[in-house]
Design a protein around this ligand. Structure first.
Ligand SMILES: O=C(O)CCc1cccc(O)c1O
Ligand SMILES: [Fe+2]
Length: 314
C-alpha cells in the first residue's frame, strides 16, 4: 500500500508576526496545495515526524528518537492543547519493527509534544486529533546529536514498518530549514535556565508567556528593520534539490558541526524531512510533486513545503 510525504517548516510566528511583501500569501497557498495533496491521498494513518523545543523532552532523559504510543500537546504559541489521536496499535507496531531492524528508539506511553507536532496537524488536517496519528520525535535541538545517517536509517526502517501495515500512510515532516531562533543551550546556561532545560515540564503561564514573547520579539525586530536572523537560502535550496533528486545518501557525509555552521542551530530540524523521504524511498523511486521555498526572516525560518509520492509507472 502506498506511502506519501508532506514536509513543512513550522514557525509559531506565522500567526503573530506579519512578514513584509507577499510571503504570507505565498505560504498560505503552498499550504493549501499541501492540504489538497493530503486530501487527495486520503491517508488512513498520518505519521508526524517532528522535533521538540524543551516543552515535552528535557535533559533529564533526552532520547535521540521516540515514538509516542500515546501523546498530548502542551498548547504553546496558541496551538491546541490536549491529546493527539494516536493509533496505538500502529505506534506499537512501528516501535517493534524499527527496533527489530536494529535502529534503537525510545517509546513513550505519555509523550508530550509542542508546536512542532501541533502546527502541521492543525494546518493540514484542521486539528491535533483530526486523524489517526503516530507521532515520531527526532531530537533536533538538544545537543549532542548522533550522525545524520542514523536519521536516514531510522527513516528507512520506519518506511519498511509502515509498508508492512498495508495502509495508506502519509508521512508529515515538521521543521527547518536553515534557522536559528533564540533557544537557550545547556552549555553555559545560568542555573535557573539549566533547570528549565533539564526538567522544565509544567511551566507557569507567566514563564511560558515570557519565552514566547522573547521569540516573538525577535520576529518583530526584523519587521521593524533590524538585521534579520541568519538564514541560508543557498543551503536550503541545495537540500531541497537533494531530496527532489533522491540523493539521500549524500547526507551521510554531513557533519553536525557543518550543518550548524552553515544553516544555524535549529537547522537540524531538517532531520525530520530526511526521515520522511528515507521512509518514502523504502517503497521505491519517488517524485516530488511540489516544492515551495522562501527565506522568511520575520518568522525566523528558511520556509519550505514539499509533497512527494511514489513514482508512477510511465
Ligand atoms: O520558542 C521556540 O520553541 C522556538 C520557536 C520557533 C521559531 C522559529 C522557527 C522554529 O522552527 C521554531 O520552533
Ligand atoms: Fe522549530
Amino acid at each position: 500500500m502506498p506511502l506519501a510525504v508532506v514536509t513543512a517548516s513550522h514557525s509559531p510566528l506565522m500567526h503573530t508576526v506579519a512578514p513584509r511583501g507577499d510571503a504570507q500569501t505565498a505560504v498560505d497557498s503552498a499550504f493549501a496545495q499541501a492540504r489538497a495533496f493530503a486530501a487527495e491521498f486520503r491517508p488512513d494513518l498520518v505519521v508526524v515526524i517532528a522535533p521538540d523545543h524543551y516543552n515535552g523532552m528535557f535533559y533529564d532523559l533526552m532520547p535521540p528518537f521516540c515514538v509516542g504510543t500515546a501523546a498530548e500537546a502542551v498548547g504553546d504559541y496558541g496551538t491546541a492543547q490536549g491529546p493527539l489521536a494516536v493509533d496505538r496499535e500502529a505506534a506499537r507496531h512501528v516501535v517493534r519493527e524499527v527496533l527489530a531492524a536494529g535502529v534503537d528508539l525510545a517509546m513513550s506511553e505519555r509523550m508530550v509534544v509542542d508546536h512542532g507536532f501541533a502546527q502541521p496537524l492543525e494546518l493540514l488536517f484542521g486539528g491535533i486529533d483530526a486523524v489517526p496519528t503516530v507521532p515520531v520525535f527526532i531530537n533536533s535541538v538538544a545537543v549532542p546529536f548522533g550522525p545524520v545517517c542514523r536519521t536516514r536509517l531510522l527513516g528507512e526502517a520506519l518506511g519498511r514498518a509502515l509498508l508492512a501495515l498495508e495502509r495508506r500512510v502519509l508521512l508529515v515532516g515538521s521543521g527547518g530549514l536553515s534557522h536559528d531562533p533564540p533557544l537557550p543551550t545547556l552549555d553555559g546556561a545560568p542555573p535557573e535556565v539549566a533547570a528549565r532545560l533539564i526538567a522544565g515540564r509544567h511551566p507557569t503561564p507567566g514563564e511560558r508567556a515570557g519565552r514566547e514573547a522573547r521569540v516573538r520579539d525577535a520576529g518583530l525586530a526584523v519587521v521593524a528593520g533590524e538585521p534579520g536572523p541568519r538564514l541560508n537560502p543557498a543551503w536550503d535550496r541545495a537540500f531541497l534539490d537533494l531530496l527532489a533528486e533522491g540523493r539521500l545518501k549524500a547526507t551521510d557525509t554531513w557533519t553536525n558541526a557543518w550543518i550548524t555552521a552553515e544553516a544555524g542551530n535549529s537547522a537540524h530540524e531538517v532531520r525530520t524531512w530526511l526521515a520522511c523521504y528515507a521512509a518514502l524511498a523504502a517503497a521505491g523511486p519517488y517524485d516530488m510533486r511540489s516544492s515551495f521555498y522562501r527565506p522568511i526572516p520575520e518568522w525566523i525560518a528558511g520556509f519550505g513545503i514539499t509533497t512527494a509520492e511514489p513514482r508512477r509507472n510511465s
